[in-house]
Design a protein. Structure first.
Ligand SMILES: [Mg+2]
Ligand SMILES: [Zn+2]
Length: 217
């Protein structure tokens, strides 16, 4: 089986990056693309996830990400968690915020458990900020995706961002990736009307991943 580190120059990049003054661009190392996925409404039932007890992966998600990883692709979870209610300085700006950092950590532990050992995400990024914090990480801004891509050593311009909201698609486009919309979100029919022209649409992440794996690497 082909691993993610074969044929993408990943090991080579690591070595070259240690050489002073030589950037990855100078070395012209080709990186592979990866996959980025929103969490709520894409991987799990998206409503009121405030603790591990109400986190449930959608049907087929575990198997779909197992297939993706078995094909040697890396993936990252990119999620806005404004329920944490934080301002840009990390202080709580929403007194009745429905989510705590501890609960979020427990939810992500539960997510990893339900995904199982063969479908683990390579990176999980969350934005804890309220919209009014005007941070650089909250989708549709691309910062979380770009940071995750750097950590995963993948090229965002060869990557895909799967989401159930227009802001997910815009985040992907803003990072140079291809946005893929799925219809498993709770407001997907309304969101769908606002999509940029030409956005790919699939019933769920299962079909989206099948399609990604058919594309030339
Ligand atoms: Mg979502
Ligand atoms: Zn943020």
């Amino acid at each position: 089986m082909k691993s993610a580190d074969e044929g993408c120059g990943i090991e080579l990049t690591k070595d070259l990056s240690q050489i002073e003054g030589l950037s990855t661009a100078d070395a012209a190392v080709e990186l592979c693309g990866g996959v980025f996925s929103d969490r709520d409404g894409v991987m799990n039932e998206g409503i009121n996830v405030d603790g591990p007890a109400n986190f449930r992966l959608l049907r087929g998600v575990k198997e779909a990400f197992e297939k993706l990883k078995a094909a040697g692709k890396k993936y990252g979870v990119i999620t806005n968690q404004g329920g944490l209610g934080e301002d840009i300085d990390g202080k709580i700006a929403w007194p009745s915020h429905p989510l705590t950092r501890e609960a979020l950590a427990a939810i992500h532990a539960e997510m990893k458990k339900q995904l199982g050992p063969k479908a683990q995400p390579d990176v999980i990024k969350f934005c804890p900020h309220l919209t009014k914090a005007k941070c650089k990480c909250r989708k549709p801004q691309p910062a979380m995706l770009l940071e995750a891509a750097a950590e995963m050593n993948v090229d965002p311009r060869k990557s895909y961002m799967i989401g159930d909201r227009v802001t997910d698609i815009e985040c992907g486009i803003n990072a140079g990736a291809v946005g893929i919309f799925v219809l498993t979100g709770h407001d997907s029919e309304n969101e769908r009307k606002l999509l940029p022209d030409g956005t790919l649409v699939f019933p769920s992440v299962v079909e989206a991943i099948d399609w990604i794996l058919e594309q030339p690497a």
